[in-house]
Write a protein that binds this ligand. Structure first.
Ligand code: SAM
Length: 240
């Protein structure tokens, strides 16, 4: 069992459990006193810990030894237009597994959903991080309008602009294509909604010096597939 906790992890500090955590560990996972599990908190690395008290409404864990030093994923954001609920959940889960550091739902011109359940998506991100061995839980940002985000864009963060209109690979951009990009620095991958990007959005992105256009092959991928494919391409080129 691997659990994210919001407490400092040191052997001198026993860790009280919330009711939900106690329910999960003792009723769902059936751990008892003396059982061992793995903890991380996004700051102190990964720890082996032991259950020192197990109750119905709470309990206490004891960090025993550090297993891994803290390390973060690369500075990579995933900007994605929310799609249907199950597919959005999939995007969040896979983005965490694929090493995105921050997930930013964006409202584009053709995005259908105007609301997201940020708390739900954040809980999915935490579960994915627990499951995949990540040492931090990526933040799921609030839904933001793409045009506003681009107006305040930090030019040092390059954008891998996944454009479904780019299957031919001959488009002109201010900064060139993703496959020609080199060097270090923060990145954001941008995936559009099922309806794709509008011509206005496309034009604006192509004029941005930080945006590098990327094609994901000759077929139109669904937004959730496109997110995984783009993360894979980015990791192959710039990941560790
Ligand atoms: N409705 C659009 C169309 O028919 O042209 C398709 C949009 S696609 C389902 C959703 C998003 O996935 C796109 O906005 C883009 O970001 C990404 N995507 C899908 N296929 C792609 C490809 N072959 N190259 C680059 N991006 C792609």
């Amino acid at each position: 069992v691997r659990l994210f906790v919001e407490h400092p992890l040191t052997p001198s500090q026993p860790l009280p459990l919330t009711r939900e955590q106690a329910h999960y560990l003792f009723s769902v996972m059936r751990l008892g006193e003396g059982a061992e599990l793995t903890l991380f908190n996004g700051v102190d690395g990964e720890w082996r810990a032991r259950v020192s008290e197990a109750g119905k409404k709470g309990g206490v864990l004891e960090p025993v030894e550090r297993l891994r030093e803290q390390a973060g994923p690369p500075d990579l954001w995933l900007l994605f237009a929310p799609v249907k609920k199950a597919r959005t959940d999939f995007i969040v889960e896979k983005a965490v597994e694929m090493g995105a550091a921050r997930l930013v739902p964006v409202q584009t011109e053709f995005t259908n959903s105007e609301r997201i359940r940020q708390d739900r998506l954040q809980a999915h991100a935490r579960e994915a991080a627990e499951q995949c061995g990540a040492l931090v839980v990526p933040e799921v940002a609030e839904l933001a309008r793409l045009d506003r985000l681009l107006s305040h864009w930090d030019a040092t963060r390059r954008i891998m602009f996944c454009d479904e209109a780019e299957v031919e690979g001959d488009a002109q951009t201010a900064s060139g294509r993703f496959e020609d990009a080199t060097g270090d620095g923060p990145w954001a991958i941008l995936i559009g909604p099922e309806g794709g990007f509008s011509e206005g959005e496309r034009k604006r992105l192509r004029q941005m010096a930080s945006a590098h256009v990327a094609a994901l092959g000759p077929r139109i991928l669904r937004a959730d597939t496109a997110a995984v494919a783009a993360l894979t391409l980015w990791q192959t080129r710039f990941g560790d």
